[in-house]
Write a protein that binds this ligand. Structure first.
Ligand code: PEP
Ligand code: MG
Length: 738
């Protein structure tokens, strides 16, 4: 029997026969791997790694030597979750000398994390006097031992772990970037981490190999079905193929699973281990495209485990749960949402990813970039997500929990008050009617029309449903979606925006070249005009959906009047063909690119309406990326320059008789809404959650009184970074809830 197999067999024997002390395991590993030292460090509360057993270091160090996570080589392995293989450990920059261990004699060190369910429980290390690099087989065996050890350190469930003193009970706080504001209180559920296999070691490798082959085949079939369902034309898009290639080309990961099985593991344990390695490797890749594929790999491992498992049904999601995910695809988010989650925390997520776009559309409080949450949390633990303050609190203290529960009740009460506002017309206190509309991206948001009493849909982002689906739908499917939107809106107007893909909104199938500056790159209408087939299909779908009803369409990211004219020509050409023709076809533009402002006279002759996308306009006016957290608060839509810009735009549009609205996020904030109203922009489109507070603030606003105040503030603060403070002060003094 090979040394590794003998080691695993003996470990199994030891573990099967009661509670072998950790010391016995260290002796066994040192003997079988021919190392002079083997040590086990166990993570204790307070993020301390305590030397729990050793063969070779001084016995008196056991229980005494402690390293913080991140301290020394052992601490570094625990912090990064990565093994370290060092021929000359003492000259490694992280080395922390602990004289009580007597380890100065040993030059080489191999340390691997002991992890279970994505969580570090300790570190296992071996050392030798001779400077040497441990070979791949030795690393492999030590990692397998660590996996078995993890079972010993955390037998099952948190209750037993609590008894052992290993379960974390203290509150932990995580920051991040706000994706969708709001609060959620509930137990956490974890996405993408698969429960460790119940059985780790197998007697009959041949049988395990056969199970693996069957499961791999079933998984492959499932994936093929998924892909052919998503890609009706059968042409596998580049990125899906690339994801396949990447996984398949990973030195044959199925072959590595097979090797692990031959080493004595069950098929599940082997998939689990190789999948974990693959994930760890991908996590170190900086390229954002490859990192996006992490979700695919996690998905693939999950599918293979499920295929091995038969079909265990998806576990129930507790009421109001907060989902923790490393990464998350849009379809998975929809799935979780349907299962009842109330909040979302993503480790890698930026405010711009697909899951972010969807979370926003769903109004699901969400935090991105919260590193380390999965590692720290156990499913079912209580938590508070305060996405207003970019904070996630795991295992909150009772007082904190109560404070948030009170806040949640207050919000519910406010919600009830807002519900009453639904039937009131949107007017200022002195009687100016304001048109408040909704930004919508998914059919399931249509219910908000009734719930908020909105006047219509001021922005229907057609690309959101495609992102959720993972591909551009064909004409019939698109027409069905747009038809549902028009049905739900009834007599209320809907402004459809044509596909705004690219930049931060990428479909898995889109062949987008690498770009330094995707927000200013080949995106949106630029792609549509260069590859007009997609726009033509979409135009046809919109016209079919209208089925004779009025139809309003606008284009995103228009930078020149010529682009607008070209896009309109495509739409009009389709309109010639589709019957019945819409009762009235209105064609307008988004105003997001500043260049259009210098072609206003010409533009106003050609468009039937303009909707200002302040999100993009702001980023291009100030040359400040909208997704960069460090810039988030730097430039203000209420800066004197922006207010002047909007003022002039409003006057020109009014003179030309062209309706003007604002549909960027700014329209959904009370202070901005009252400022826009004072500039004469009285049509505002926003997320459903933003509408009631805006309506309430406007109802308290004496617009006639505010206009000269705004003019005075603009004069006196013309050189300020923003007019926000003086406007807010006036609003508060006049009892306006902003
Ligand atoms: C905008 O840019 O303001 C806008 C409404 O479009 P999106 O946020 O979809 O880019
Ligand atoms: Mg935009």
């Amino acid at each position: 029997m090979s040394a590794p197999r003998r080691l695993l067999a003996r470990m199994r024997h030891l573990m099967a026969h009661g509670t072998a002390p950790l010391a016995e395991l260290t002796q066994l590993v040192a003997a079988e791997l021919v190392t002079e030292v083997c040590s086990i460090y166990v993570l204790r509360p307070g993020d301390l790694l305590e030397l729990a057993a050793t063969e070779g270091l001084r016995p008196e160090a056991v229980g005494r030597t402690k390293l913080r996570v991140g301290e020394g080589i052992i601490g570094l392995v625990a912090a990064t979750g990565q093994p370290l293989n060092l021929p000359d450990a003492q000259n490694h920059p992280a080395f922390a000398y602990r004289p009580e261990t007597g380890e100065e004699k040993y030059a080489s060190l191999l340390a691997v994390p002991v992890r279970r369910a994505g969580r570090t429980l300790g570190v296992l290390g071996v050392q030798n006097r001779q400077p040497r690099r441990y070979d791949a087989d030795e690393v492999d065996v030590l990692e397998t031992v660590a996996m078995l050890l993890a079972e010993k350190l955390a037998p099952a469930g948190s209750a037993e772990r609590a008894e052992e003193g290993l379960a974390a009970t203290v509150a932990r706080r995580f920051g991040g970037s706000v994706i969708v504001p709001g609060i959620a209180i509930g137990p956490v559920v974890r996405h993408g981490l698969h429960a460790p296999p119940a059985r780790l070691l197998a007697d009959d490798p041949a049988q395990e190999l056969a199970r693996l082959a069957t499961a791999a085949e079933a998984m492959q079939r499932g994936l093929d079905e998924l892909i052919s369902a998503r890609l009706p034309d059968g042409e596998a898009p580049r990125e899906v193929l690339a994801a396949y290639r990447l996984v398949a080309a990973d030195a044959g990961w199925i072959r590595r699973v097979e090797d692990a099985i031959r080493g004595g593991l069950t098929a599940e344990a082997a998939v689990h281990r190789v999948g974990g390695e693959l994930r760890d490797r991908m996590r170190r890749v900086a390229d954002p495209y490859l990192r996006e594929r992490l979700a695919d790999i996690e998905d693939m491992v999950g599918r293979l485990l499920r295929a091995l498992d038969g079909s265990t049904p998806q576990p129930e999601v507790p009421e109001g749960a907060i989902l923790l995910a490393r990464r998350l695809g849009p379809a998975e988010l929809l799935d979780w949402h349907a299962r009842g989650i109330a909040g979302l925390v993503i480790e890698d997520g930026s405010a711009a990813g697909h899951a972010a776009v969807l979370a926003r559309a769903l109004g699901l409080p969400a935090l991105g970039g919260a590193r380390g949450v999965l590692e720290a949390a156990e499913s079912g633990e209580p938590a508070v997500l305060d996405a207003d303050e970019a904070l996630f609190v795991l295992r909150p203290e009772q007082e904190v929990l109560s404070a948030y529960e009170r806040e949640r009740e207050a919000r519910c009460a406010r919600q009830a008050r807002f519900a009453e506002l639904r039937h009131r017309p949107a007017t200022t206190a002195d009687g100016t009617a304001i048109t408040l509309m909704l930004n919508v991206g998914l059919p399931l948001e249509l219910a908000h029309l009734e719930a908020t009493g909105a006047a219509g849909i001021g922005l229907f982002r057609t690309e959101i449903a495609m992102l959720a689906r993972g591909a551009v739908a064909d004409v019939a499917e698109q027409a069905a979606v747009y038809g549902r939107v028009l049905d739900a809106a009834g007599a209320r107007p809907v402004l459809f925006r044509t596909l705004d893909l690219g930049g931060d909104k990428l479909l898995p199938g889109s062949a987008v070249p690498e770009e330094e500056n995707p927000a200013m790159g080949w995106r949106s209408l630029r792609v549509a005009l260069d590859r007009p087939a997609v726009l033509r299909k979409q135009a046809r779908a919109l016209l079919l959906a209208a089925d004779g009803r009025p139809l309003s369409v606008m284009f995103p990211m228009v930078a020149t009047v010529a682009e607008f004219a070209a896009a309109r020509a495509i739409l009009l050409a389709e309109a010639e063909r589709v019957r019945p023709a819409p009762q009235r076809l209105r064609i307008g533009t988004m105003l997001e690119v500043p260049a259009l402002l210098w072609q206003l006279d010409e533009l106003l002759k050609q468009v039937e309406f303009i909707s200002v996308g302040t999100n993009d306009l702001l980023q291009f006016v100030f040359a400040a990326d909208r997704g960069t957290p460090a810039l988030a608060a730097r430039y203000d839509v209420l800066a004197p320059g922006m207010v002047t810009l909007l003022d002039r735009l409003a006057r020109h549009a009014e003179a030309a008789g062209v309706p003007l609205s604002i549909c960027g996020e700014a329209a959904g904030r009370p202070l901005e809404a009252m400022t826009f109203a004072a500039l004469g922009i009285t049509s505002l489109s926003m997320a459903a959650g933003a509408l009631p507070p805006v309506k309430e603030a406007l109802a308290a606003l004496d617009l006639a009184a505010f206009r000269p105040v705004l003019a005075a503030i603009r004069r006196s603060d013309a050189a300020a970074a923003s007019l926000r403070e003086p406007i807010a002060t006036w609003a508060r003094e006049h009892g306006i809830p902003v």
